[in-house]
Every structure is written in C-alpha cells, then in structure tokens.
Design a protein around this ligand. Structure first.
Ligand code: FMN
Length: 339
C-alpha cells in the first residue's frame, strides 16, 4: 500500500491533490463529488473585496435613505430578509460545504486594501472554514508608486487578515516580485502558514475590430507548471511556511514534480474544469502506480528531493541555466537553424 499522505497548513491530508478556487466550488454537490473521487481538501472560489464593498455600500444606501426618501421606489426592492447578498450566500455555502464533506474546506478572500472587507475573514472562519486562502491580486499602474510600497501594502493586508482569524492562512501570490523568496519569507513572518504559487494572471487581448480590450480566460497547460516549479524548488527549505503549487497541474507527473520541487500539495483547476472532476481519481491511481514502479513507499519520501538545495547541480535553477539554454540554440540538431 503506497502512502500518499502529506501535511499542508497544519492538516494531515490523505494525498496532495487539492482542487483550487474555481467555479466548481459554487456547487456543494460538486464539492462532495470531488471528495468522493479523492480530493484531499477544497479551496472555495473567492469572495472579492469589490463584491463586499459594493454590497455594503448598496445596503447602507438602502437602509439610510430608502425607507424615507424613496418610499415609492422602495416597493420595488425586496424585503431585507429576502435581499439575498452574494456575500451571505457565500458564507452559507461555506457552512453547507463544511457540513457536507469531511475534508478540510478552505475559504478564499481576494483583496488588496486594508479595510472593512477583511472582517469577512472572521465571518468565513465562523462559517466553519478550516483555513483561509488570501489571494492578493494587484496590478500596479501608477508610475509614482514603488515596488517596496506595494510590497508593504501586501504585507499590511496579510497582517490585517491574520489578526482577524485563528485558522491557518495561505497567501496566494503572483510571480512578479523582484525578490520572490524574500517576499515569501516576509509573508510567512507576517502570519502566512502557506504560500500558494502562483496566481495566474489573465492577460487581456486587444480586439482590433471593436477597439476593445477583451478579457481572455484560457485554460492552462502543463508547460505553465515550470514557473511555480522553479520558484518552489528555490524556496524549499528557505521559508518558514508550507507551499502549494497552482498553475499547470494536469497529470500525475505534474503532481510528482510539485512534490519533488518541495510543495506540500498540488492544486488543480483547469484540468478539472476541462476534463471533469473524475480526473482526480485517475491521477491518484496513476500516482500510486508510478510510485510503486519506481520503488517509493510514500510520496513524503520525495518531498523536496529535486529542490534547489537538494539537486547535484543547483545552477540549473539559476542564471547559468539561462545561459546554457540560449547557447544550446546554436547547436540545435534539427538543422533548420542558419549556420
Ligand atoms: C474559471 C476560473 C475561476 C477562478 N476563480 C478563482 C477564484 O475565485 N479565486 C482564486 O484564487 N483563483 C481562481 N482561479 C484560479 C485557479 O484557482 C488557479 O489558481 C488557476 O486557474 C491556475 O491553476 P490551473 O492551471 O490548475 O488552472 C480561477 C480559475 C479559473 C479557470
């Protein structure tokens, strides 16, 4: 019997496969199915700062002015107890998910400022979530705001959310920091129990006919795994936090790479959205077979075995690798390169 157990955010998990935040989590039945086919924990889709602020502003306006000034218009509004807020239904879904599944349910908040919205961390904890993932997604467009100011803002958000909850906190970050390892360490020192690498930035495209900037959501593929894989391998053993990889995990081979790089779990969204929840079960079987064929008794044995600090040639993760790759272009054996 192969042992696939791992530890993440203080949880003992039966295997390293964790479906990440996605619309699949909008349905508690789907969450239950994910548990049934083998998911070890679930990360809910995010409640966004913008959603919270918009709703509380709207509700405030309605409460303050609606009753007196707009009595006639009021009849068009539903009664407050029927006024189903997105935030309330999110919390309800957390409660229902926690009642329905036995694996840890991790709530998710997405924001970038410090402020009232962070109260929702407490509400998510009170709804029963066993952990919280904080997704910090910020696009710096102001030329007068420096990288260090933005980094400080990130840390403030982490401190504020950390202060609101007792459950473990994971911070999901993007790859665009000048010093990602230092930043990950700062997140850990400011209260993150885990770092989730990396947020996938959905790049907008330009439509030349309509002259509009269009959002563009495409599923990932396994080649996108290389970016988080490299940074996980570099961070392994250097930061006092667990690590999860997200972006490009599609197969059992991808999961094995995550573990060897030093991640505690591998998160998946695109693969499950595209090919179905049942993929979790297939990947678990493939993992067990691979480990058996390669003489491993447990997946824990391989944790970090190919990290920056463990490999014989750590420069493969560094600048030297970049130089080697560029030089290998000249000796391309396909013969199509100009001599
Ligand atoms: C349709 C869709 C919705 C998503 N919603 C969220 C979300 O609410 N919060 C979040 O942190 N990540 C969200 N993600 C990002 C995923 O959790 C994941 O990090 C990303 O898709 C990369 O992983 P993958 O390569 O397995 O898809 C979403 C992704 C997709 C495709």
């Amino acid at each position: 019997m192969i042992d696939l157990t791992t530890r993440y955010m203080g949880f003992n998990l039966k295997n390293p496969i964790v479906p990440s935040a996605s619309p699949l989590m909008e349905n508690v039945d789907a969450m239950k199915r994910m548990e049934d086919v083998g998911a070890a924990a679930l990360v809910m889709n995010s409640l966004f700062e913008e959603q919270i602020i918009k709703e509380s502003a709207g509700l405030h306006h309605y409460m303050e002015y609606g009753n007196e000034s707009f009595a006639e218009a009021l009849s068009y509004f539903p009664e407050p107890d029927e006024f189903k807020l997105e935030t309330e239904s999110y919390l309800e879904r957390v409660r229902k998910a926690v009642e329905t599944v036995d694996i840890p349910v991790i709530g998710s908040l997405n924001g970038i400022t410090t402020g009232g919205w962070a109260e929702y961390a407490t509400l998510i904890e009170e709804a029963g979530a066993k952990g919280l993932e904080l997704n910090i997604y910020y696009i710096p467009t102001d030329p007068d705001v420096s990288g260090s100011e933005i980094e400080e803002r990130y840390l403030e958000v982490v401190r504020e959310v950390r202060a609101k909850i007792r459950i473990p906190l994971a911070v999901k970050i993007g790859p665009f920091f000048s010093a990602p390892v230092h930043m990950a360490k700062q997140f850990a020192l400011n209260g993150a129990n885990a770092i989730v690498l990396f947020n996938r930035f959905y790049q907008p495209d330009l439509n030349l006919e309509t002259l509009e900037v269009e959002p563009h959501l495409v599923y990932s593929n396994s080649s996108e795994l290389r970016l988080p894989l490299r940074w996980t391998a570099i961070m392994y053993g250097k930061i006092p936090a667990d690590m999860a990889i997200t972006s490009g995990v599609h197969t059992h081979i991808d999961v094995l790479k995550c573990m060897m790089a030093g991640a505690n779990v591998a998160q998946m969204a695109s693969e499950l959205l595209k090919n179905g929840i049942e993929r979790i079960g297939d990947i678990i079987i493939d993992l067990e077979m691979w480990l058996e064929d390669h003489g491993y008794n447990s997946i824990a044995e391989m944790e970090g075995s190919m990290s920056h600090e463990s490999v014989a040639a750590p420069d493969a993760y560094e600048r030297a690798n970049y130089m080697k790759v560029l030089h290998s272009w000249r000796s391309d054996p396909t013969g199509w390169l100009p001599s």
